[in-house]
Ligand binder design. Structure first.
Ligand SMILES: [Zn+2]
Length: 370
C-alpha cells in the first residue's frame, strides 16, 4: 500500500488516482476549490433553478434526496431558503433499528424547513434475504439500500414529473474514485462503486424474486434523458464539517448524548442506524482502510488536524469494529457471532494483510511504519 503524501488515504481505495508526486486526487480536488470561480458557478445554479422553478403555487420545483443527516440539512436549507425553490424530499429508510438522533433528525429536517418527505420503507423480508446474499458473496451487506438511495428518487421524479433532482456531493470526485473530471451532472452516479448494479441472475434464488428488485432498476433511458440530476457540491463550496456545524445550529443531533462509537473518532456522520456501519467497515479487510482513514483524510484536507495527528487516529481506530453495530447487524439477519466473524474472515485481502502470532489480521505496510 502507498499512502498519499498529504492525507492518510492509501492507493487501495477503489478507483483512486495518485499523481506523479504522490498526492491523491481527493487532496487535489480540495485544492482546486481555492481556484474555482464560485460566483460563476452560483450563476449557473441560478440559471438551472430559473429553468425549473414553477412559480405557480402547488407544484414542486425539485426533488432532494435526503438521509436526514448533516448534509441533507444543508441541502434543504440551500434550495428552500437561498434558492427559493419548493423541494419535495425523498428518502429510503432501511429496516434496521434507528438511533434516537437518527429519528429526531429526519423529523427535524421536515419541521425546521417545512417540507413533505416521501420515504420508501423497503420490503423487510427482501431486505434480509438480499443483505445476507450480498454480504456473504461480495462483502456488500447494504447494497440493496444503497442502490435504492440512488434509484428511488429517479422513480419519484418520473412519477410526479419533477425533473430536477438534487444530490449532495460527488463522492467519486470529492473523495477519490472513478470520476476524476468535475461535473455538475449526477447522471453517472448510478455507476459509482457504492451503488453500481449487480447482475440479477447472481441475486435471484428461492428467497429473492425479480419483484423484490423493482425499484433497484432505474427508469428506462428515455425517462432518464428527461431528468436533470445535479450535485450541489459543483455549485457551492462543499465542506462536510461546515455542513455539520450548520446542521447543529438548526436542530440536528449528533451522537454525543447517546453512543460512543468504537470504530471512529467523529460522532456526526452515518449516525442513523448502528447496523448499517458494518458495510462501510468492510472496506477495512478488503482495502486496508475504513472510516477513520476517510475522516482523518477529510480533516487534514480541511486544515483541522495535521497529517501526524491523522496517522495516530488511523492507528487507533481503523481496525476496530463497533460492537453495538455487530450485535444489531447479527440480530437483524439471524447470524451468530461465530457465523459473522467466519464470513468477515473470508474478506481479508492476503496481499495487504498477514496474521500475527496471536492470529489477528494486521496490515503488512501500515501508514505509521512508512
Ligand atoms: Zn490525499
Amino acid at each position: 500500500m502507498n499512502y498519499c503524501k498529504k492525507c492518510v488515504m492509501p492507493d487501495t481505495r477503489p478507483g483512486i488516482y495518485f499523481d506523479e508526486v504522490g498526492i491523491c486526487q481527493a487532496c487535489r480536488a480540495e485544492e482546486q476549490k481555492d481556484l474555482t470561480n464560485w460566483n460563476e458557478r452560483r450563476k449557473n445554479l441560478d440559471d438551472i433553478c430559473n429553468k425549473y422553478r414553477r412559480n405557480n403555487e402547488g407544484e414542486y420545483d425539485c426533488i432532494i434526496a435526503v438521509s436526514g443527516g448533516k448534509d441533507s440539512h444543508f441541502q434543504v436549507h440551500y434550495f428552500k431558503e437561498i434558492m427559493n425553490m419548493n423541494p419535495l424530499l425523498v428518502s429510503v429508510e432501511d429496516n434496521f433499528e434507528m438511533t434516537s438522533a437518527g429519528k429526531h433528525n429526519l423529523q427535524n429536517i421536515s419541521e425546521r424547513f417545512g417540507c413533505h418527505l416521501i420515504t420508501l420503507k423497503p420490503n423487510r423480508k427482501a431486505q434480509k434475504a438480499i443483505m445476507k446474499k450480498t454480504f456473504e458473496k461480495y462483502g456488500k451487506p447494504t447494497w440493496y439500500i444503497d442502490r435504492l438511495i440512488y434509484t428511488y428518487p429517479l422513480h419519484i421524479a418520473n412519477k410526479f414529473n419533477i425533473p430536477l433532482i438534487i444530490y449532495g456531493e460527488n463522492i467519486s470526485y470529492e473523495y477519490g474514485g472513478k470520476e476524476r473530471i468535475e461535473t455538475y451532472s449526477a447522471k453517472n452516479q448510478l455507476n459509482n462503486g457504492v451503488a453500481s448494479d449487480i447482475p440479477y441472475d447472481e441475486l435471484l434464488d428461492d428467497n429473492i424474486s425479480i419483484n423484490d428488485l423493482i425499484f433497484c432498476k432505474p427508469p428506462n433511458q428515455e425517462v432518464i434523458d428527461k431528468l436533470n440530476p445535479i450535485y450541489l457540491s459543483y455549485f457551492v463550496r462543499w465542506n462536510s464539517y461546515a455542513n455539520y456545524i450548520f446542521a447543529k445550529k438548526n436542530g440536528f443531533k449528533d451522537l454525543s448524548h447517546e453512543w460512543t462509537r468504537e470504530h471512529t473518532f467523529e460522532n456526526f456522520d452515518q449516525i442513523e442506524t448502528p447496523a448499517y456501519l458494518i458495510h462501510p467497515w468492510l472496506k477495512y479487510p478488503k482495502f486496508g482502510h475504513a472510516s477513520a482513514t476517510d475522516y482523518a483524510s477529510k480533516f487534514i484536507r480541511y486544515g483541522l488536524i495535521s497529517r501526524d495527528e491523522g496517522i495516530d487516529l488511523v492507528k487507533k481506530y481503523d481496525h476496530r469494529i463497533d460492537q453495538r453495530s455487530v450485535k444489531e447487524f447479527c440480530d437483524f439477519l439471524g447470524y451468530t457471532l461465530t457465523d459473522f466473524y467466519f464470513i468477515i474472515d473470508s474478506f481479508y485481502n492476503n496481499e495487504i494483510f498477514e496474521k500475527n502470532k496471536f492470529g489477528e489480521w494486521v496490515l503488512k505496510n501500515p501508514i505509521w511504519e512508512n
